[in-house]
Write a protein that binds this ligand. Structure first.
Ligand code: HEC
Length: 101
């Protein structure tokens, strides 16, 4: 019975740490961006498609990130997930760019 009493205390003390941990690029991509970028839905540059990414990458990292944060045409701001931090969006952009070079 002792273990049962302590379990909820331990579980709750870990929750805040998890909630504040930022997701990595791959995780953000898979949970948010892949919806459009995995298939190229609505004209999104497809993941790993070098030709589609080349002219976009040529705009420069800062511009790409700005478009990912603020949105551009059918690309929604932060991929439509407003709760993503700037760092998470940046990591996801870097993840996609790294796989399109
Ligand atoms: C609802 C579909 C959708 C989702 C979800 C989505 N995108 Fe996009 N994305 C698009 C479309 C469509 C474009 C092409 C926009 C254009 O240039 O007309 C695009 C373009 C981009 C570009 C290139 C912008 C440029 O300057 O050429 C980047 C970078 C990008 N998305 C990042 C992301 C990231 C990071 C996520 C996840 C956090 C994400 N997208 C989620 C649809 C989506």
């Amino acid at each position: 019975m002792k273990a049962l009493k302590f379990f909820p205390v331990v579980a709750f003390s870990f929750l805040p740490a998890l909630a504040h941990a930022e997701m990595g690029g791959e995780q953000v991509f898979k949970s948010v961006c892949a919806m459009c970028h995995a298939s190229g839905m609505m004209g999104a540059p497809k993941f790993g498609d070098k030709k589609a990414w080349e002219p976009r990458i040529a705009q420069g990292d800062a511009t790409l990130l700005q478009h990912a944060l603020a949105g551009i045409r059918k690309m929604p701001a932060r991929g439509g997930k407003a709760s993503l931090t700037d760092g998470e969006v940046k990591a996801a952009v870097e993840y996609m760019v790294a796989h399109a070079k």
